[in-house]
Ligand binder design. Structure first.
Ligand SMILES: *Cc1c(COP(=O)(O)O)cnc(C)c1O
Length: 379
């Protein structure tokens, strides 16, 4: 069976992890964590990049930093992973879901303004599949209403919007290094801080609410409890694993893009015949080939195609039951305006196998199978 995903392992991880074990400095914020932070700060040109234990925890840190209070309202798409919403619900916030654009599956920036009330505190754009949201418009609306922008760029490392890396445009940005993402250390994440005034508190929240980071830098003569916080720093083992992948990040990105383009070119004839819809990359966006999805006629056709692919040895999957129709989503959130696209488009989306070690011949096989499905299905 051709798997849907295979986590990336470069081969260099073992040596770096062994180095950590030999050094007997295994807990967080050692050498490799420093190397990773420096890599991100150089690469992203951001004010500060802090490794976290997961993408979920980076979002939770962002909610703490944003000082979200009970009954504050947070705007986000309903078509996203649960952690985008959970991070803010944990602070007592109410989630206001806004419809998505059918072309990118990202939040529809033209429906944002009508969702804003006197209680709105932040907008959380999710860059689905590493393809950027319309950030200029989102930042302009946020500035006009004095709102924070927290980018859920969990899938967006190495992607750009008008020359800027995803996660560096809003006040805060979050990456994930879960094994399903382009770069991984099993479980891990990154909080990107673009607003100077949030840096000091971010370090404190991440270190259980203490000023331990300053103490280690010699900027404080003792360390103590300063604020609320939790344990958001990953072990050096995770950082060592991640660093092995950062060193070859460009190479990994280039390879994924090759595979992505092969799918795109291979499936184009079917798209031209109107059988399916291919992903859309807006002008000015550079994506990272995080995912390759197609959209078929409807949910029933998706089910049939998944079964056909599975019978022929290929795992294809779907995801994101829209949060506003989930039990917790109904409890903690509301949908602003009309759900024109969220439910309809999410039901017809199908994700194809996409990972670094996929072969050209694998892509060709999947493309051929999809072609055969449509021939068989009576053209
Ligand atoms: C993966 C993902 C997360 C969560 O990241 P973890 O590292 O698994 O906690 C959050 N948001 C989106 C959009 C994701 O894809």
């Amino acid at each position: 069976m051709l798997p849907f995903n295979e986590p990336l392992v470069t081969g260099k991880e073992n040596a770096y992890i062994q180095e950590v074990l030999n050094r007997k400095k295994i807990s967080g914020d050692g050498d490799f964590t420093g190397k990773c932070s420096t890599w991100f700060e150089d690469h992203l040109g951001c004010r500060k990049a802090l490794l976290t234990t997961s993408g979920t925890h980076a979002l939770e840190m962002a909610a703490l930093l944003a000082d979200i209070q009970p009954a504050d309202e947070i705007i986000m798409p309903s078509y996203t992973f649960v952690s985008t919403a959970n991070a803010f619900v944990l602070r007592g916030a109410i989630i206001v879901f806004v419809d998505i654009r059918p072309d990118t599956m990202n939040i529809d920036e033209s429906r944002l303004e009508e969702a804003i009330t006197s209680k709105t505190r932040a907008i959380v754009p999710v860059h689905y599949g590493g393809v950027a949201c319309e950030m200029d418009t989102i930042m302009e609306i946020a500035a006009r209403h004095n709102l924070l922008v927290i980018e859920d760029a969990a899938q967006g490392m190495m992607s750009e919007y008008k020359g800027k890396d995803l996660g560096t445009i809003g006040h805060l940005g979050c990456y994930s290094f879960h094994e399903s993402k382009n770069y991984n250390c099993g479980e891990g994440g990154l909080l990107i801080i673009n607003d100077d005034s949030l840096v000091r508190r971010a370090e404190i929240i991440r270190e259980k609410g203490t000023n331990r980071s300053e103490f280690f830098r010699g900027q404080a003569d003792k360390y103590t409890w300063m604020d609320i916080g939790s344990s958001y720093l990953p072990s050096e083992l995770n950082a060592a694993c991640l660093y092995a992948q950062l060193e070859v990040a460009d190479h990994i990105n280039a390879r994924r893009l090759q595979l992505w383009r092969r799918y795109y070119e291979g499936l184009k004839p079917l798209a031209e015949k109107g059988r399916l819809v291919l992903p859309h990359i807006p002008e000015g966006c550079r994506h990272n080939a995080h995912m390759f999805f197609i959209k078929v006629k409807d949910g029933n056709e998706r089910q049939r195609l998944i079964r056909y692919l599975q019978e022929n040895g290929v795992m294809a999957v779907f995801h994101y039951i829209p949060l506003h129709s989930s039990p917790a989503g109904r409890l903690y959130g509301r949908f602003s305006g009309h759900d024109k696209y969220t439910t309809r488009e999410s039901e017809r989306l199908l994700r194809l196998p996409m990972y670094y070690n996929l072969e050209e011949t694998d892509v060709d096989r999947v493309v051929a199978l999809i072609g055969r499905y449509y021939e068989r299905d009576g053209s």
